[in-house]
Write a protein that binds this ligand. Structure first.
Ligand SMILES: Cc1cc2nc3c(=O)[nH]c(=O)nc-3n(C[C@H](O)[C@H](O)[C@H](O)COP(=O)(O)OP(=O)(O)OC[C@H]3O[C@@H](n4cnc5c(N)ncnc54)[C@H](O)[C@@H]3O)c2cc1C
Length: 429
């Protein structure tokens, strides 16, 4: 490993054409770790590595971070991780702290989930839109390693040897042809000791490394939207377990609330009016349509790569596991991947001669993270099953069981499970 100062991400090149939206990048950068994908997981891993003095280069095909509204829930183990990179206070100053969840049926309370018992350090689940978490992460990386980030750079090729990984890149975004291949002039290469696939659920790097991935599709589809919060609920997550399907609502900062509604089919063109109508029909709540800031529809699937490690390519985040958004675990799992992987990379780069040991560490990373993902997937499958339409005797029995469970000591276990209290042990992070 070269002796790398904290800010050695992509040493300033001389004469290299800068890709749009990013710092200049040389045609051959010697970086300890190349991170492909500047989503929340790639940037968080880059921060952990830069904090340890490693040279890190982050490449993302987008010239600016995504503004799409996805993750909002940050669980206590992730807050511990964010605290370790100095970001907990910034998150806490912007977020809503959710200490309680409540299950209801036809307006009647089935039971409460007390999330404040889930962690001694952060006794709540944080709600913060993903684009805000991303902005805080980007700013932290810029502080630690100002030239690490290279936006507008699409990775289109991978070669690796026993000692290094070389990526072919094109930039800015769109310079590659429609088939994704780089043009003869626009392409350049970057080389590192490891390459991290943090390039999301459709990971190019995972495919290029030849890692097969199985896909499981679920019958569940949802619409979701963010509206002004006129419910008067305060910082409480409410799950309406109605007979025609679940309606979930979560407080957001700035007096907004996210609504997620199970639908019978994928709604092609979701509208605020449509989401509000479904919410009203099932719960009686009236949403202010004009206050809507985002609406979308999604179907659910799970992607499981056969391996998380192939030579010097390691998968993290959605590239390593796509789980259902119901339960809000995907980004959290990815951050915990990064927590588990960073020390393995630091050790491997500190002493390249102990290759066997590093391979064993990487296998352990793979095993532990896959175990965590299996737990998370079971949790979200349970959540989805609970929210499916149900009638008659099954409905009555479900409500009785829930009432009993949520009022018994099991309620405490459920709170820990919902707040990903299992993640530390399961992931050995
Ligand atoms: C509706 C919804 C709600 C969700 N809610 C939650 C929640 O509450 N809590 C939670 O934990 N998770 C939630 N998730 C999941 C969460 O959004 C994802 O798990 C998270 O974004 C994954 O982060 P990532 O960094 O792994 O990947 P991404 O965010 O997908 O980032 C991947 C990056 O890689 C870049 N990239 C891709 N290909 C290339 C290439 N060839 N070259 C260069 N760059 C490339 C992309 O531009 C992108 O920036 C939700 C998801 C959805 C859809």
């Amino acid at each position: 490993m070269p002796d790398a100062p904290a800010d050695s991400g992509g040493a300033p090149p001389e004469g290299a054409a800068p890709p749009e939206g990013g710092a200049p990048l040389e045609s051959a950068v010697d970086s300890d770790v190349l991170v492909v994908g500047a989503g929340p997981v790639g940037v968080f891993l880059a921060i952990l590595l830069a904090q340890q003095g490693l040279g890190v280069t982050v490449l993302d095909r987008r010239s600016a971070p995504s503004r799409s509204s996805r993750a909002i829930g940050i669980h206590p183990p992730s807050m511990d991780a964010l605290a370790s990179v100095g970001l907990a206070d910034a998150v806490l100053s912007e977020c809503v702290r959710i200490r309680r969840g409540q299950a209801r049926f036809r307006g009647r309370v089935l039971g409460d989930v007390h999330l404040d018992v889930a962690s001694p350090t952060f006794p709540f689940v944080v709600s913060l839109p993903q684009h805000r978490s991303q902005a805080l992460l980007d700013a932290r990386l810029a502080e630690l390693a100002p030239s690490a980030m290279h936006r507008g750079v699409r990775v289109t090729g991978l070669r690796q040897t026993d000692a290094s990984v070389t990526l072919t890149c094109v930039g800015p975004d769109g310079a590659a042809g429609p088939d994704g291949a780089a043009g003869p002039d626009g392409a350049f290469e970057v080389t590192g000791r490891f390459a991290i696939a943090a390039d999301g659920a459709h990971s190019f790097l995972r495919r290029a490394a030849g890692i097969p991935t199985s896909v499981r599709r679920y019958p569940d589809t949802y619409v979701m939207g963010d509206f002004a919060d006129d419910t008067g609920e305060g910082p409480v997550a409410v799950v309406h377990l109605e007979s025609s399907g679940v309606v979930e609502s979560f407080p957001l900062p700035e007096r907004m609330r996210r609504w997620v509604v199970r639908t019978t089919h994928l709604v092609e063109n979701p509208t605020p009016v449509g989401v509000a109508a479904l919410v009203r029909e099932r719960t009686g709540e009236t949403l202010s349509v004009t206050s809507n800031s985002m609406v979308s529809a999604f179907r659910v699937r799970r992607q499981s790569p056969a391996r998380l490690v192939e030579g010097r390519v390691v998968l993290v985040g959605d590239a390593a596991h796509e789980v259902s958004p119901i339960g809000g675990q995907g980004m959290n799992l990815g951050w915990l991947d990064a927590v588990a992987l960073a020390p393995v990379l630091v050790a491997a780069l500190a002493d390249e001669h102990r290759a066997d040991l590093h391979r064993a560490d990487l296998r352990r990373y793979e095993r532990d993270r896959q175990r965590s993902v299996r737990i998370a997937a079971r949790m979200s499958e349970g959540n989805m099953a609970l929210g499916r339409p149900v009638r008659g005797l099954t409905l009555a029995c479900r409500n009785v069981v829930l009432r009993v469970l949520l009022r018994s000591p099991t309620g405490r276990l459920l709170a820990r499970a919902y707040a990903m209290g299992w993640a530390k042990r399961g992931g050995r992070t």
